[in-house]
Design a protein around this ligand. Structure first.
Ligand code: PLP
Length: 451
């Protein structure tokens, strides 16, 4: 029953937030979110805010989903915790493992559970090196990733990721991880067609492999669509060329599907959307619609056979495959199947969202709109024709983000790129509302910045 100011005071007194400037937090106070309902959040002032980001790209089935709540409650009563170490298992983990084998692409029949997306990437880093050691090639150590990728906040996750700010704060990356450029056509592809640019960026992988020596390289990791980096949708030429290079040099391909998985891109997985055939898929977020923490590394049959023959893999987490998380994931996936969510996204709501979103490209401060499935982005620019950005001191993205909040919409800013990733269950009317609120906020941003 506290009022907003008291919540904010207590928060600022005792709480260190992730990815937050605490000086700004003290000046303005945190936004206190108290409830969720469908695609809406309700704050401590009773305002309804359309959650255009589905939390952190995860609340795919929306807030207040009774099936997920009931599954958690049932499992809490039955077996609130047990682990999977030392030859033990429990029914929710066993059932979820076979369900994941059913919904992931052919050739994936084994899963290693974790508690988060970051832990998936830590797991995969150790697993690929263990795989090569089991194959008598321990010198294959290097993992190639991309600048501006996001693979989590643990030491391995942040090292695999390519966020400069994260590297600077922790003396990262750890040895054995190198980065090539991202396939960001709007930002970095001037003078090249998307096709040429996609090929050029993919071929950086080959150049890096040859520079390092292919026999030193263990794997390449990438998000099918880079999410936190700014919804970087690769040109169509990109992934087939990356796949060709991985196949040619025999290096393992890791798809970080933490955002793209479970319907976000209009297929069950981003790999289905882009025709990628990886050796590992890292899953989290949408696996439980974010209701409880869970991660899962899908391991291809080819790799799993080697790992299984390699003795004990000395790795695991207390909350690997937590029974409550597995029970919620089962309920979530079954509900997605029952309501044909992926088909609805693909056939109906994603085309509608993308059509409406593209209308924003007519605004004077929008240099590009882009999207795939249920993610989309737009680029704020000062000059539409030359696509010149505002000076960094204008904080155009943050300004727009604040106008969005004030207008009742969560939209994320990555620099001056605005992004959305709404719940997959959003309706057409709610999409209309989202686009109207985004338009209004962009107009206010233009009024403020173009004086
Ligand atoms: N990988 C990707 C692609 C992500 O977007 C994220 C989180 O946003 C992670 C990994 C890390 O997941 P978590 O925050 O659950 O550790």
């Amino acid at each position: 029953d506290l009022d907003t100011r008291e919540w904010q005071r207590r928060d600022a007194s005792h709480h260190l937030h992730p990815f937050t400037d605490h000086q700004q937090l003290r000046d303005k106070g945190a936004r206190i979110i108290t409830r969720g309902e469908g695609v809406y959040l309700i704050d401590s002032e009773g305002r309804r805010i359309l959650d255009g980001m589905a939390g952190l790209w995860c609340v795919n089935m929306g807030y207040g989903c009774e099936e997920l709540i009931a599954a958690a409650e049932r499992q809490m009563r039955e077996l609130p915790y047990y682990n999977l170490f030392f030859q033990t298992a429990h029914p929710p983990a066993i059932e979820l493992a076979s369900l994941l084998a059913e919904v992931t692409p052919p050739g994936f029949n084994q899963v290693f559970f974790t508690g988060s997306g970051s832990e998936c990437n830590d797991t995969v880093l150790r697993m690929v090196r263990h795989y090569w050691a089991c194959q008598g090639k321990p010198e294959r150590q290097v993992i190639i990733s991309r600048r501006n990728a996001y693979h989590g906040s643990t030491v391995a996750g942040a090292s695999l990721g390519g966020m400069r700010g994260m590297h600077e704060q922790g003396s990262l990356p750890i040895p054995g991880i190198v980065h090539i450029d991202q396939p960001y056509h709007f930002g970095e592809g001037q003078g090249m067609s998307p096709h040429e640019f996609g090929l050029a960026r993919a071929r950086q992988l080959e150049q890096k492999l040859l520079e390092l020596g292919p026999d030193k390289v263990a794997a390449f990791i990438g998000e099918p669509i880079q999410g936190a980096g700014g919804v970087i949708i690769p040109p169509e030429s990109y992934w087939p060329e990356v796949q060709r290079i991985c196949d040619h040099y025999g290096i393992l391909l890791i798809a970080d599907e933490v955002i793209c998985g479970f319907g976000r891109t209009g297929s069950w997985f981003g790999c289905d959307t882009f025709g990628i055939r990886p050796d590992f898929m890292c899953l989290a977020k949408g696996i439980t619609s974010g209701y409880v923490p869970l991660g899962a590394v899908m391991v291809s049959d080819r790799v799993a056979g080697v790992i299984e023959r390699g003795g004990e893999f000395a790795h695991g987490f207390t909350y690997s495959g937590h029974p409550v998380s597995c029970a919620v994931a089962i309920a979530n996936i079954r509900l997605m199947q029952k309501e044909s969510i992926v088909k609805r996204v693909h056939d109906r709501i994603a085309p509608y969202l993308q059509r409406r979103w593209a209308e924003l490209s007519a605004l004077p401060i929008v240099g590009e709109t882009r999207g795939k499935g249920m993610v989309a982005a737009l680029e704020i620019v000062q000059d539409k024709h030359s696509k010149t950005r505002f000076p960094a001191t204008a904080h155009a993205g943050l300004t727009c983000r604040e106008f969005c909040f004030d207008n009742g919409l969560v939209m994320r800013a990555v620099g001056d790129t605005m992004i959305i990733s709404p719940p997959l269950v959003i309706t057409e009317t709610e999409v209309d509302n989202l686009v109207d609120l985004a338009r209004r906020s962009l107009e206010l941003t233009a009024e403020r910045l173009l004086v």
